[in-house]
Structures are given as structure tokens and as C-alpha cells.
Ligand binder design. Structure first.
Ligand SMILES: Cc1cc2nc3c(=O)[nH]c(=O)nc-3n(C[C@H](O)[C@H](O)[C@H](O)COP(=O)(O)OP(=O)(O)OC[C@H]3O[C@@H](n4cnc5c(N)ncnc54)[C@H](O)[C@@H]3O)c2cc1C
Length: 435
């Protein structure tokens, strides 16, 4: 390194009980939970801040905390995130939200910039060592063990040696490098599209919010038919600090693990967002005085790789709902599939008191003894993933994986040897909901 030339060999090594790759909401919660459970933790993130889709992607609303009739199914660390956002003034209250499909859910709108602070606070207070501006480069494997994760940083390549790896990179890059197996799409399925979120304002919310569902639908349809909106929707959330909204109305049908396609989507996403902002200003009541104020740092990515786990969660199991003895999280978000191009959402609502469970086995990658997957890469079919991918559930699964990894690291017996009842009791004690 000294003479300026770059080596792909690691120049330093860090040891930890648990290494978490990816600092989205799932990874951040996993790191905090593992550290609070007594593990030494390094959290790797390619950006200079945490949050992933929740901050870089500016998604700006945590959806679906409860069943349609109001029974809470997500708590624990996710609740703490909202409470901390509230202390900064960076989140609204839990509020009922009726989707364009008529489905009732509970959501919390938040300021993505404030979420960065909250996640900083939580990882620092828990004693997690964040390694920011670090990208997964390679993974050393010996048989069924992950030996080390090599990350590329400004200081060169660092080797991270841990007893347990949690892959929270969304795209599951670390386990991809390790040679893990992934689920394929079935015939007729396509990856859900990415979206470039954008901030628009000021909005006269008295007039904008007074629009009926039918009026919103008609405006969205007109914008789409005229080729000015890439998606026939005006879906948005309100910034808690201002009269601005974050709009989720672009659509980019790509595989975001394809580098060229991802770069092209950033450019196309900004183009679509600019055109949509113009449509808002010219055609939507309450938006006449607004302008596009910011893009997401990157396109938000809904779906890429899904790991092949010990259990592949299916939509039939969610709809039943199947009761799993190793349930480590619950959810009530419906199956919500955005078409990659054109068309309407495929939306399968759930019954009034319907919640489903996520089994621990869906976090365990086939072929490895010391790795777990959290967030949008969990082992689930395309349609089951379309429900469990949301941030509330991702945080709950992250919390569970963090505790499990801390137990596995302490026992030195691999992730399949984690005593499920002890894990579940610890999670319930920490305020998590498992049904
Ligand atoms: C447009 C859009 C709208 C959505 N709407 C909602 C909604 O309204 N409500 C809701 O609850 N959910 C919503 N979701 C879903 C939700 O945002 C995501 O599924 C969830 O945030 C996934 O979290 P994650 O931590 O698993 O992954 P991600 O958020 O993708 O985080 C992965 C992290 O890993 C990092 N990373 C990736 N690769 C590497 C690497 N090689 N090395 C180092 N770091 C790496 C990334 O920078 C990122 O921080 C939406 C998603 C999108 C895209």
C-alpha cells in the first residue's frame, strides 16, 4: 500500500464474535441485538451511513405493524426505532392508512435523515463497531464454515474473522461470494422493480389529503396513460418536518445485481422522477407550488437474491397461516407484487386478524453452519418475499438473528444448535412479537 499500489490481499484483520454485512434496517437491528446479547460485533456498510432502503432509498414509511383489526404483530427493536425517531421529532404517530386496494394498515412516516442519526445512536450505544465505507469483496470458506469476509476500504482490504456471519446486504453479496445457493424465479415471475424515490414540496396538504381515493386513482391513471408517470399511482408519505412528501411513483424493471443495469436505472429513475414532479405540479391539486427537492441517494431495491434456506417460506404458508415451532418473528403485510413494467399491483390482502410467522430455519443458508440471512434476502418464494420484505418485518427478523448469532457464537456450536425456546423467550422478553 505504501507506494500507492493496491493489493487485493488483506493488510489487516479484525476479529469479532459476529460480523454483519450490510447496515440496512435488518442489519442494523441484527448488530444491535447481537451486541446487547453480549457478542462483539462489527457492522460492515458500503455507505457512510446506515439504513439502506430506509435512508439511501428514502422509503420514508414503516408499514404494517398490526393486523387490519389492530392487533400488534411487530414490536421490540422496531418500536425502539420509532420511539427514538420521535425524540428527534423525526417521525409521525402510528396512523391507519388505507391502500389504494382498500387494505387497512398501520404506518409510521419518518424523516430518512433522522433515521441515520437514530441508527448511529443505537449501534454506538450497543457497542457495535461500525465499519462504514466498506464493501464486501470476497469471502474465505472452509467446508461449511465462513472463515473470513474481506472488505474493500479506503485503508485497503481488511479481513473480518467472526464466529458467525449475518448477511444483511439485501443482495446477499457475502454469501454469493461464499458460493451459497439461491432461489430461482418461477416461470411467469419477474423481480419486483426498483424505484427512485423523490422529495417534492411544498404541498398544500389540506387540499392534497382532501382528494378522494377515486380522484387520486383517476389522476394517477391519467398521468400514466399520458406517459408522464411510469406507475399509475400517487403513493407518498409526508416528511415530519415540512410540507414536503416523498413520492414512490417511478418504476425500474431491472436486476439490481447487474452493475450496468443498476447504473442505468439510477439515471432513468431520476428522469422518471423529474417527469413525475412536473406532472404533480401541473395536474395535482395541492402540488401547484411544489418542486422536486431531492432524489433518493440511490434507487430503492425491492428484490434481488433470495437465499436457499433450510426452510423456504411460501405464500401458502403465510395465507394459512402456518404455525411454526421455530417462529422468530411475525408479520401482517399483504402479498404486494409490483409488476416490473406497466400493469397494476398484484395485491393479496389478509383477513382482519390475520398474521403469519417467519421460521428461524428460513434464515439459515443451506450448506453453511455459521451464517444467517436477514432482511429481503431471507429464504422465501417470490410471492412470500413480497409480503415479508417490508421494514417492520425486516427489523423483527434482524433482531432475532442478532440474538441467535450471539448465542451461536457463545456456544461455538453453529447456528443450527441454537436452542429455539431460549431464543424465543429472549425475544419475547425484549418486546418482540412472534405471532
Ligand atoms: C421503493 C420501495 C418502497 C418500499 N416501501 C416500503 C414501505 O412503504 N414500507 C416498508 O416497511 N417497506 C417498504 N419497502 C421495503 C423495504 O424498504 C425493504 O425491503 C427493506 O428496507 C429491506 O431492508 P434490508 O436491510 O434487508 O435491505 P437494504 O435496505 O437493501 O439494506 C442492505 C444494506 O447493505 C448494504 N450493502 C449492500 N451490498 C453491500 C456490500 N456488497 N458491501 C457492504 N454493504 C452492502 C447497503 O448499502 C444497505 O445499507 C419498500 C422498498 C422499496 C424499494
Amino acid at each position: 500500500m505504501e507506494d500507492g499500489r493496491f493489493s487485493l490481499r488483506a493488510t489487516s484483520t479484525i476479529h469479532a464474535d459476529v460480523v454483519v454485512c450490510g447496515g440496512g434496517v435488518a442489519g442494523a437491528m441484527a448488530a444491535v441485538a447481537a451486541a446487547r446479547a453480549g457478542a462483539s460485533v462489527v457492522l460492515v456498510e458500503r455507505y457512510g451511513f446506515l439504513g439502506g432502503n430506509a435512508t439511501a432509498g428514502a422509503v420514508a414509511q414503516f408499514n404494517s405493524w398490526q393486523t387490519a383489526n389492530g392487533r400488534r404483530v411487530v414490536g421490540g427493536l422496531a418500536d425502539e426505532v420509532v420511539a427514538r425517531l420521535g425524540r428527534y421529532g423525526g417521525a409521525g404517530e402510528h396512523a391507519t392508512f388505507v391502500m389504494s386496494t382498500g387494505h387497512r394498515m398501520d404506518r409510521v412516516e419518518y424523516a430518512p435523515e433522522v433515521l441515520k442519526l437514530v441508527l448511529d445512536d443505537m449501534v454506538q450505544e450497543a457497542g457495535v463497531r461500525p465499519l462504514l465505507h466498506a464493501s464486501v469483496l470476497d469471502v474465505a470458506v472452509a467446508g461449511r464454515q465462513i472463515e473470513a469476509v474481506h472488505v474493500l476500504t479506503k485503508s485497503g482490504v481488511i479481513a473480518l474473522r467472526a464466529r458467525v456471519l449475518i448477511d444483511a446486504s439485501g443482495d446477499i453479496d457475502a454469501l454469493k461470494r461464499a458460493g451459497a445457493d439461491f432461489l430461482e424465479l418461477d416461470d411467469g415471475e419477474a423481480l419486483q422493480p426498483a424505484t427512485m424515490m423523490f422529495r417534492f414540496g411544498p404541498i398544500d396538504f389540506a387540499r392534497f389529503d382532501a382528494l378522494s381515493k377515486a380522484e387520486i386513482a383517476a389522476l394517477a391513471r391519467r398521468g400514466y396513460d399520458e406517459g408522464r408517470l411510469a406507475r399509475a399511482a400517487l403513493h407518498s408519505s409526508r416528511d415530519p418536518f415540512s410540507d414536503d412528501g416523498w413520492f414512490n411513483i417511478s418504476r425500474l424493471g431491472i436486476d439490481a445485481t447487474d452493475a450496468m443495469a443498476l447504473g442505468a436505472a439510477e439515471i432513468e429513475g431520476r428522469r422518471q422522477a423529474w417527469a413525475a414532479a412536473r406532472y404533480l405540479r401541473e395536474c395535482v391539486p395541492g402540488c401547484e407550488g411544489g418542486q422536486l427537492r431531492a432524489f433518493g441517494t440511490q434507487v430503492g431495491v425491492r428484490e434481488t437474491r433470495r437465499i436457499l434456506g433450510d426452510h423456504v417460506l411460501t405464500s401458502a404458508e403465510l395465507l394459512l397461516p402456518e404455525q411454526f415451532p421455530d417462529a422468530i418473528a411475525a408479520g401482517a403485510y399483504p402479498i404486494d407484487i409490483h409488476p416490473a413494467a406497466g400493469g397494476e399491483l398484484r395485491y393479496e390482502g389478509l383477513g382482519d386478524d390475520h398474521a403469519y410467522q417467519i421460521p428461524y430455519r428460513s434464515l439459515i443458508p443451506v450448506g453453511f453452519d455459521n451464517a444467517l440471512v436477514v432482511g429481503r434476502g431471507v429464504s422465501a418464494t417470490h410471492s412470500a418475499h413480497a409480503a415479508i420484505r417490508v421494514m417492520t418485518i425486516s427489523m423483527a427478523v434482524g433482531q432475532a438473528a442478532g440474538v441467535a448469532a450471539a448465542i451461536a457464537a457463545k456456544q461455538r456450536a453453529g447456528v443450527r444448535a441454537v436452542p429455539i425456546q431460549a431464543l424465543r423467550e429472549r425475544l419475547l422478553g425484549d418486546g418482540a412479537k412472534l405471532a
